[in-house]
Design a protein around this ligand. Structure first.
Ligand code: FAD
Length: 310
């Protein structure tokens, strides 16, 4: 059992998109990295924690949460969080978080972490289009990256960023207003998709899970939505970033293998025999299910057969 945490941050406000999906704005007592030019690198996460006051026997719990805000927003940090209805542990953080109201105290480790950043993957000078594939709260690192670029280059185009965001319902598309206005005013390419459109009478956009944008029969349409020529979705032109749960990551990789995209994972690359090829799909996973069961020879052979012959 983890011991009690000393609280060092305050919940300033929260916005609830539904019963299970909210953004939390947190104010640290001490500024994050006050001596650095940037408080963190977009794409990084913080660790949030709470003591279980109602069941003290369960102690405290901490979990990593991607930072959804951009680093220029120094005084506060935003998080986009899903309440996990079927938790794996007996002391789930999200169940404690959901009881918090403005002004309540919590723990936030005073150090950003993580390498799911442009800097640590393709490098900021990479001239390709960057496609972000996000299921639900997996959007968080990507809003940070896009808001950072919008702030740092106030008159520049955001056309190099493609944000694909999937949710069950249209009202769960967090940050929709902000992203739509960046699409209108700054050429951000924003492709939201809703997987239960039958329950969304006002929704006329794309439907299906976000990874369905890459179904073979939809690729030409997806390229058109991204304002790319047919057949041009290749690693020569684009780098892919995926964030969320296992299913989205696994399906996106599988559907992009035929276009020659290579996942950035040493063990998967070795199993597929493509260790010498540069990675072009980078991912951050919120759960622990393996993306590819590399011990399953049939599965590996099936995936290998999807790769284009070079
Ligand atoms: C680097 C990193 C960044 C993360 N950033 C975020 C974030 O920005 N927002 C966010 O909501 N979560 C994020 N997570 C997941 C988060 O850390 C917790 O796992 C999640 O909130 C569940 O914690 P819990 O204590 O409530 O439940 P637990 O009892 O710890 O249950 C964990 C279980 O929940 C599952 N799970 C994790 N995330 C989800 C989800 N979104 N939907 C459904 N099931 C899930 C996992 O498979 C795991 O089995 C991140 C995880 C990592 C590794």
């Amino acid at each position: 059992m983890a011991g009690p945490l000393e609280y060092n941050a305050t919940l300033e406000s929260r916005e609830d998109f539904s019963d299970v999906l909210s953004t939390f704005r947190v104010v640290p007592d001490e500024p994050i990295a006050p001596d650095e030019a940037r408080a963190f690198v977009p794409g990084q996460y913080m660790t949030l924690g709470l003591n279980n006051d109602e069941a003290p026997d369960l102690g405290s719990v901490r979990r990593p949460m991607s930072i959804a805000s951009a680093p220029h927003q120094r005084e506060t940090l935003d998080f986009y969080i899903r309440y996990v209805s079927s938790p794996a542990s007996n002391n789930p953080l999200t169940h404690l978080l959901w009881k918090l109201k403005s002004g309540d105290r919590l723990y936030m480790r005073n150090r950003p972490a993580g390498k799911f950043t442009v800097e640590d993957t393709i490098g900021t000078n990479d001239a390709r289009t960057w496609i972000y594939v996000a299921a639900g709260t997996g959007l968080a690192p990507f809003t940070s990256i896009v808001f950072d670029d919008a702030h740092t280059n106030p008159s520049g185009s955001l056309a190099r960023h493609v944000v694909m965001h999937g949710s069950s319902y249209d009202h769960e598309l967090g940050y929709r207003k902000e992203l739509e206005s960046l699409a209108q005013e700054r050429d951000l390419r924003y492709l939201p998709s809703v997987s239960r459109p039958q329950h969304c009478p006002d929704w006329s956009g794309a439907s299906g899970r976000v990874e369905d944008f890459f179904k073979a029969e939809r690729l030409a349409d997806t390229e058109q939505r991204m304002q790319m020529g047919e057949g041009s979705l290749t690693p020569d032109n684009t780098a892919i970033f995926i964030c969320g749960l296992n299913g989205t990551i696994q399906q996106t990789i599988e559907r992009l293998l035929p276009r020659g995209f290579i996942p950035d994972n040493r063990r998967i690359k070795r199993a597929l025999g493509v260790e010498d090829r540069p990675s072009s799909i980078f991912f951050e996973q919120y759960d622990n299910e393996p993306i590819v069961d590399i011990k399953n020879e049939d599965e590996v052979a099936r995936l290998k057969a999807l790769l284009p012959s070079t």
